[in-house]
Design a protein around this ligand. Sequence first.
Ligand code: HEC
Length: 244
Amino acid sequence: MRKFVPLSVVIVGAAVAATSAPSNWAVAAGNPDRGAQLFGACAACHSLNPDRNMTGPSLAGMFGRKAGGLESFHRYSPALKSSDVVWNEQKLDAWLKDPAQFIPKNRMTFPGMKDDRARADLVAFLKQATAPGNSGSIQAGQQGGMTGGGMMGMGPATVPNLKTLEPADLVIAIRHCRDTYRVTTGDGETTDFWERNLRFKTDSSDEGPNKGAPAVFGAGMAGDRASVIFAAPEEISAFIKPEC
Ligand code: HEC
C-alpha cells in the first residue's frame, strides 16, 4: 500500500495542473460522480427529464442546443433567447461561473459557482446526465433529497409526482372560517392554518395532481405554512367551503 502513495500524489498534482491551466481546463478533469452531488444546487429549478420544466427549463438534451431553445419552456428571458450561444462544455462553464456576466439580464436567480474544480465536476456530470437516452435514468445525489411524508415534507429537490400521493399529502377538504383554513388530509388529520400562511398553487403538467385531488406540502421551516397544489385554477374556490 505504502508504495502507491507517491504515485497518487503525482496523479493529484497532474489533475490540479490540468484544471488550473486555462487553455486545457476540459482535459477530462471533471469527476461526474462528484458533479452529481453538486447538481443539488440546480435541482430545485432544473429537471433532467425531457420537457419536465420547473422554474427553469429541463436540461435534458441541452448540449448542442441553442440557449433559450427548448420549445416546451415558455418563460425564457429575451436575453437568453436572443443570445447566440449554443451550449457546449466551455459555454456552460462560463455560464455557471457567472451567469449575469455571461448573458446579462438573464432570469436565472443563481449567483454562480466560483470554484473551477466544482464547475468541471458539474459539467462532466451534466454532459453524461443530459445526453439523449440518459436523461432521467441517472440517479443523481439530488434525487435523494426529497423528504416525503406529510405536511412537513419539503425538500430542495424535484417536486414529486403528485398523481400518487401518500394519504397524509392528499387533501380531502378545505374549510374556511374567519381567518383560518382547516385542511383535512387523507389520513384523517385536520390542520389549521392562518389564512396568510396557506398558499394555493396549480400544476397542470403530467406530474401535477389528479383533478379534484389536490396535494398539500409543508413550505416553511416552522411547519406553520403549507402549499396546496391543484390540477387547475378553477378548482381552487370550488374546493374551499365556507364553514365555521
Ligand atoms: C432558482 C432557480 C435556478 C437555479 C438554482 C438554477 N437555475 Fe438554471 N435556469 C433557471 C432559469 C429561470 C433559467 C432561464 C433563464 C432565462 O431565460 O434567462 C435557467 C437557465 C439555465 C440554462 C440554460 C438552458 C437553456 O435551455 O438554454 C442552463 C444550462 C442552466 N440554467 C443550468 C443550471 C445549472 C447547472 C444550475 C446549478 C448549478 C442552475 N442552472 C441553477 C433557474 C435556475
